[in-house]
Design a protein around this ligand. Structure first.
Ligand SMILES: [Zn+2]
Length: 250
């Protein structure tokens, strides 16, 4: 997973060149990354993005690259991690002490079915309504995850779109009904990662394909197109860095 960020030191020194001083950062689950700009400044970023957001982004990247099974599995896993995030938000909203939450979560952490059960009941308690679980989508997910069925691009796209829309509806409900708890859960999680990052100087929102913090989320197709554009920019940036390196060797 990659993002393109400006070098803050170059920006502060007034020597920033939009074409040359954007830095490509590659990150994984830990969502903190350190790199150097072409002028040697160290850049460390801790992404605010939650795991479900980057799993969905990772799935979108796989879809654009033609890896349909990887795309479907990443979207499905992203939704499961979103259920986990929602459990945390609901518990925070219900003012459950952290120690009790952690003690309870130990018993469900390894089994997604137990987590789904916990999510469904907490959702009902907080929203006073039942969650519209798409059983067909779960059957489809099991074909990919457990039976290794590789979907066609058309099937994968429709499956991923369904998850994008379900996840969008859920994060909108969380923001509407538990906004303060959403912010607290994100802040706590980012803070715990900042502590383990080598020298965390800034936090960045993270990948824009799917974000709980975005107010006007585009459609699945619009965001896929935008991601395609970002990937092109990153590829161009990496191409120009490589040619700069080659010319400095000659
Ligand atoms: Zn710099």
């Amino acid at each position: 997973m990659q993002i393109l960020v400006p070098c803050i030191d170059c920006l502060n020194q007034g020597s920033f060149d939009q074409n040359l001083d954007m830095v490509v950062l590659t990150y994984y689950s830990e969502r903190s990354v350190t790199a150097r700009c072409r002028n040697g400044h160290e850049i460390t970023i801790v992404l605010r993005a939650q795991l479900f957001e980057i799993l969905i982004e990772s799935g979108a990247n796989a879809l654009l690259s033609g890896f349909t099974l990887e795309a479907a599995v990443s979207f499905a896993t992203g939704l499961e991690r979103l259920y986990e995030f929602a459990i945390k938000v609901f518990c925070e909203h219900l003012q459950m002490p952290k120690s009790i939450y952690e003690e309870m979560f130990k018993h469900v952490t390894r089994q997604s079915e137990r987590q789904l059960g916990a999510f469904l009941f907490l959702y009902a308690v907080v929203t006073k309504s039942s969650y519209a679980l798409d059983e067909k989508r779960i059957t489809e997910r099991n074909k990919f995850v457990h039976r290794g069925e590789i979907p066609s691009p058309l099937v994968a796209k429709s499956f991923c779109k369904k998850i994008f829309e379900e996840a969008g509806t859920l994060v909108d409900i969380l923001n509407r009904q538990c906004f303060k708890s959403v912010q607290r859960v994100i802040a706590d999680e980012v803070e715990s990662r900042r502590k383990t990052a080598p020298s965390s100087r800034m936090t960045a929102g993270g990948p824009p394909f799917f974000s709980i913090s975005t107010q006007n989320r585009g459609t699945f197709e619009q965001n896929l197109k935008a991601l395609e554009g970002t990937r092109r920019l990153i590829a161009e940036r990496q191409g120009s860095s490589r040619s700069q390196q080659i010319s400095s060797y000659v």
